[in-house]
Design a protein around this ligand. Structure first.
Ligand SMILES: [Fe+2]
Length: 386
């Protein structure tokens, strides 16, 4: 008997040690006052007013704590809130997809589109987000004299959102960066690791996100703080070298290998290197090529850079994969963000999407450095006329 008790005690102790080391000390998802305050601060930047009608757009796989925090914060601010919750659709992709920004939850359901057109603000708590959803342009046209704005809350644990509550000063910086991108003809990206990439910006469509949206028709997401361009077809050529510490956000993984990517006429034509990161990239792309019969998933989606000093490159280290969506890493100041996948400007459509934030790159716009060795050039966006 004693023997059994000892065994149980020992087993129990091992179990405890095992659970702690495997992350049972993980962050708990529940309503916390500090997170309510973070949501209220962010919604105040979105200029939520008493009696504004706000739709929470959610799906069955949404992170409920964020939905609840949003609802409570909006009610606290006097808004009239309702929730549209859709079932998360069956998978259609040949491989898992992450952070495409192109949710298919609405399935073009007319009553849902009609409801969303008529609210002042849509809080987007879908897993993938509405940024590139096919219904968004119609929704943002509004109806009955109302034009909504859409604010996507990235599928992150609330602690990540708390750390990245938007700074109002980011709006001016991002607007200036967008202005510079719009007026530039050419982006040249280099790095000590061997990146040498030429991007023609003529006819590119420029976007930017500062983390809140206060005006009808606007779209933003939290965390925010980046500027980017969707290049026109045939605009990108050269070599992109991912070095250890660069990130593949579809895999939610810091790469440990060096990956040489040859890009010809927008498309990755060669992946060179040794190691599991190289193999994983090859196999994921191959899944899309096999399913779709073309290489659109390997072609450039968007290029840009992070502008948010509060966003951390190393943040992903601190969270379990289920706790984060990685939007913070898209925004850390001085990154070069290269992405492959859908690019409407170039006429390419696919759900295969990589966001690849890279460190230590230098970015020049028409010969003027805006990022040098992974650091934003001081004053380059602050000083431009807004
Ligand atoms: Fe992306």
């Amino acid at each position: 008997m004693k023997f059994h008790i000892n065994l149980l005690e020992e087993f129990g102790a091992h179990l405890l040690i095992g659970l702690v080391s495997q992350g049972v000390e993980m962050l708990i998802e529940q309503i916390e006052h500090r997170w309510l305050l973070a949501f209220e601060r962010t919604f105040a930047l979105c200029k939520v007013q008493p009696n504004e009608v706000v739709a929470l757009l959610t799906e069955s796989q949404s992170r409920r704590v964020n939905v609840d925090l949003a609802r409570l914060a909006l009610q606290q601010m006097g808004a009239k809130v309702f929730e549209v919750c859709l079932p998360t659709p069956a998978l259609s992709a040949p491989a898992p997809i992450r952070s495409t920004g192109a949710t298919d939850v609405i399935q073009n359901l007319a009553p849902v589109v009609a409801a969303l057109q008529r609210v002042h603000l849509i809080i987007d708590c879908t897993v993938e987000g509405m940024l590139h959803a096919p219904e968004l342009p119609t929704i943002l046209k509004g109806a009955d004299g109302v034009v909504p704005r859409l604010f996507m809350i990235s599928n992150e644990h609330p602690e990540i959102l708390e750390r990245t509550v938007p700074d109002p000063a980011l709006e001016g910086v991002v607007r200036n960066a967008m202005k510079k991108l719009r007026s530039a003809q050419h982006m040249h990206v280099t790095s000590k690791a061997g990146t040498d990439l030429n991007i023609q910006l003529k006819s590119a469509v420029v976007g930017g996100v500062w983390g809140f949206c206060s005006k009808p028709g606007m779209v933003s997401h939290w965390p925010g703080g980046l500027a980017l361009a969707f290049p026109a077809a045939g605009s990108v050529n050269g070599t992109l070298v991912m070095a250890p510490g660069d990130v593949n956000l579809t895999f939610k993984r810091y790469v440990r290998d060096t990956i040489h990517l040859t890009i010809e006429n927008d498309t990755i034509t060669r992946i060179q290197g040794e190691g599991v990161d190289v193999d994983m990239m090859r196999s994921y792309y191959q899944a899309w090529i096999d399913k779709e019969g073309h290489r659109d998933a390997c072609a450039v989606s968007h290029v840009g850079f992070g502008l948010n000093p509060a966003a951390r490159w190393d943040a992903m280290t601190f969270y379990d994969k289920r706790d984060c969506n990685g939007t913070e890493l898209r925004a850390f100041a001085g990154n070069f963000l290269y992405s492959t996948g859908a690019n409407e400007v170039a006429g390419r459509h696919t759900l295969g999407h990589f966001d690849l934030p890279m460190r230590n790159c230098s970015i020049a716009l028409d010969g003027q450095f805006v990022v040098q060795a992974g650091e934003l050039v001081k004053g380059v966006f602050e000083s431009a006329a807004s």
